[in-house]
Ligand binder design. Structure first.
Ligand SMILES: Nc1ncnc2c1ncn2[C@@H]1O[C@H](COP(=O)(O)OP(=O)(O)OP(=O)(O)O)[C@@H](O)[C@H]1O
Ligand SMILES: [Mg+2]
Length: 471
C-alpha cells in the first residue's frame, strides 16, 4: 500500500518539526509549508491524504487555507490547530468543513489517533457528500474534544494557593517535580503549568517511564538513527526532540533505571541529546516536569535514584495533597462529576442522598480523584438520573475510612488502652474483610505487628469474640 502523505501548515518552525517528526514516526510521509499560500500551491501539485493547518498565521490564515483546500478537493480532511481560549475559531472551522480540530497544547498520541480517525472516516465515506455530514457532526465532536483541556476543580485553600504559586513559576524554565499519590491530578497539574508558561503554544509531550521497558525507554526519550540497532529501520526522533520548545512530562520518574538516569542528567545539564547510533549531539530546549507517586527522597537514600538528578529535577518541588487531606473538595468534585456524567448519559443531574454524601466524605479515597470520578460515573449510570443512594456506590473497600474514624468508635469511657488497641485492630480487620496488609496500612504499623498482636490475643483469648461483634 502507498504511504499516506500529510501536509502540515504552520508558520512556527519548531511546531512544523514536531508535527512532521511525530507523524513520520507513525509511518506517514509529511510535507510542510510555512505559509498558507505555499500550502495551497503544494496542495495543487501533490496528492495529500490529510492537511493539518495552524489557524493563526501571518498572511493567509488557517480559515482561508481550509476554504482553499475544500475548493480544490472537498473530500480531503483538514484538521485545524487552535490555541487555548480560541474555541470559537474551532467551531467556525468545523462549520466550514474541517474534519476535526486539535487544541494546543496537545500530545503526540492524541495527534496520531486523530489523524488515524479522520483517515478512517474518509475511507468510510468515500469522496462525496462529506461536507454535509461534517456540518451535522460538528457540535457533537466539539463536546468530545473540548474536555481535553481539563479544568482543575478545587476549593481547597492549599490547592488554590498551589495553583497560584504555579502560575508564577510556570514562566521559568526550571524543572518541576510533582509528587502525589496516584490519581491526585499530577498530570493535570503538569498540563496546567504548561498552559501558563510561555511555551503554551509549543508541544506538550509525555513519556511514561514505568510503562516502557528500560531498554526501549532510552530510544523513546532520545531517539535513534536508522540502523542504530536491529529493527531500527528508519530514524526516529525521541520525545526530547518532539517536545522541542515545549514541555516534556516524565511520568513516574522513580521507575527509570539508574543508568538511564545518568544519561538524562547529562541531557538536562547540556541541553542536548544524543540519538542512539547518532553522530553529533542535537541541541534541545525543553522544560522538564517529572512526576512520581513514590517517595523519591527515600529512593535517593536507598540509592535507587541518583541524588544529583533528584536535585536537578526538584528545583521547584510540588506536592499534591491526597483527597483525604482536602475533604472539602470531595463533595465539590462529586457535583462536578455528577453534572459531567449525567450530561454525557443524557439524564437529569442526580442529587446525593444525605447518607451518600456522608459516606463519600468519610471514605479514605485511596485512589483519589480518579477513584472518585469512577465511583460517580458508575453511580450516575446505576441511579438512572434519580437520587444517588448507598446501593449505587461501589467503594473499593468500604471500611477504609480514615484511621481517625475507626478510632472514635473503638474508644469509650472506662476501657483501657490495651483493650482499645485490641478493639481497634479487630474493627479495622473487619472493615477490610481480614486483609492484614490493608489493616496495617490504615493503622500505620507493620503486618508483623498485627500478626503478633493477634497471636497475643489468641493466647489471652478472653475478648476476641466479644470485640469482633463490634462495628
Ligand atoms: N482537581 C481535579 N479536578 C478535576 N479532575 C481531576 C482533578 N484531579 C484529578 N482529576 C481527574 O482525575 C484523573 C486522574 O488525574 P491525573 O491523571 O492527573 O492523576 P495522576 O496523579 O497523574 O495519577 P497517576 O499517578 O495514577 O498517574 C484524571 O481523569 C483527571 O482529569
Ligand atoms: Mg499520571
Amino acid at each position: 500500500m502507498e504511504t499516506k502523505k500529510i501536509l502540515v501548515v504552520d508558520d512556527e518552525p519548531s511546531m512544523r518539526i514536531a508535527l512532521s517528526e511525530s507523524l513520520k514516526s507513525c509511518g506517514y510521509k509529511v510535507e510542510t509549508s510555512e505559509s498558507g499560500a505555499d500550502a495551497l500551491a503544494k496542495f495543487q501539485e501533490g496528492k495529500f491524504e490529510v492537511v493539518i493547518t495552524d489557524m493563526r498565521m501571518p498572511g493567509m490564515g488557517g480559515m482561508e487555507v481550509l476554504r482553499g483546500i475544500k475548493k480544490i478537493s472537498s473530500g480531503t480532511p483538514v484538521i485545524v490547530i487552535t490555541a487555548y481560549g480560541t474555541v470559537n475559531t474551532a467551531v467556525e472551522a468545523m462549520k466550514e468543513g474541517a474534519a476535526d480540530f486539535i487544541m494546543k497544547p496537545f500530545s503526540v498520541d492524541h495527534l496520531e489517533s486523530l489523524v488515524k480517525k479522520v483517515v478512517a472516516e474518509k475511507g468510510r465515506k468515500g469522496e462525496g457528500g462529506l461536507r454535509r455530514t461534517q456540518l451535522n457532526r460538528s457540535g457533537h465532536d466539539l463536546k468530545r474534544c473540548l474536555p481535553r483541556e481539563k479544568t482543575i476543580i478545587t476549593r481547597d485553600e492549599k490547592m488554590l494557593a498551589l495553583l497560584e504559586l504555579l502560575k508564577g513559576v510556570s514562566k521559568s524554565k526550571s524543572s518541576i517535580l510533582i509528587q502525589g499519590e496516584s490519581g491526585t491530578g499530577k498530570e493535570l497539574i503538569a498540563r496546567y503549568i504548561h498552559r501558563h508558561s510561555d511555551r503554551a503554544n509549543m508541544p506538550f509531550v509525555g513519556v511514561n517511564c514505568a510503562a516502557i521497558p528500560g531498554n526501549l525507554l532510552e530510544s523513546e526519550m532520545f531517539g535513534h538513527e536508522k540502523g542504530a540497532f536491529t529493527g531500527a529501520s528508519r530514524r526516529r526522533l525521541g520525545k526530547f526532540e518532539l517536545a522541542s520548545g515545549g514541555t516534556l512530562l516524565l511520568d513516574e520518574i522513580s521507575e527509570m533505571d539508574i543508568q538511564l538516569q545518568a544519561k538524562l542528567l547529562r541531557v538536562i545539564q547540556e541541553s542536548e541529546v544524543d540519538r542512539l547510533g547518532g553522530g553529533a549531539p542535537v541541541p534541545v530546549d525543553v522544560r522538564i516536569i517529572a512526576t512520581t507517586n513514590a517517595d523519591l527522597k527515600k529512593y535517593v537514600e536507598e540509592k535507587k535514584f541518583r541524588d544529583d538528578l533528584y536535585y536537578r529535577l526538584n528545583v521547584i518541588p510540588v506536592r499534591i495533597p491526597p483527597l483525604r487531606e482536602r475533604r472539602g473538595d470531595i463533595v465539590f468534585l462529586c457535583e462536578y462529576f455528577l453534572e459531567k456524567y449525567s450530561r454525557l448519559n443524557r439524564t437529569t443531574t442526580p442529587a446525593l442522598s444525605k447518607k451518600v454524601e456522608q459516606m463519600l466524605e468519610d471514605y479514605g479515597w485511596p485512589g483519589n480523584v480518579r477513584e472518585l470520578e469512577n465511583v460517580i460515573e458508575r453511580a450516575v449510570l446505576l441511579s438512572g438520573g434519580e437520587t444517588i443512594l448507598p446501593e449505587h456506590l461501589y467503594l473499593e473497600s468500604e471500611g477504609e475510612k480514615s484511621g481517625q474514624q475507626a478510632l472514635t468508635s473503638a474508644v469509650s469511657e472506662g476501657i483501657t488502652l490495651k483493650e482499645t488497641e485490641k478493639r481497634l485492630i479487630f474493627e479495622t480487620l473487619e472493615k477490610v474483610k481480614g486483609n492484614r496488609t490493608r489493616a496495617s496500612e490504615i493503622l500505620g504499623v507493620s503486618v508483623r505487628t498485627i500478626r503478633n498482636k493477634l497471636n497475643e490475643y489468641k493466647q489471652g483469648s478472653e475478648i476476641g469474640d466479644q470485640v469482633s461483634g463490634v462495628g
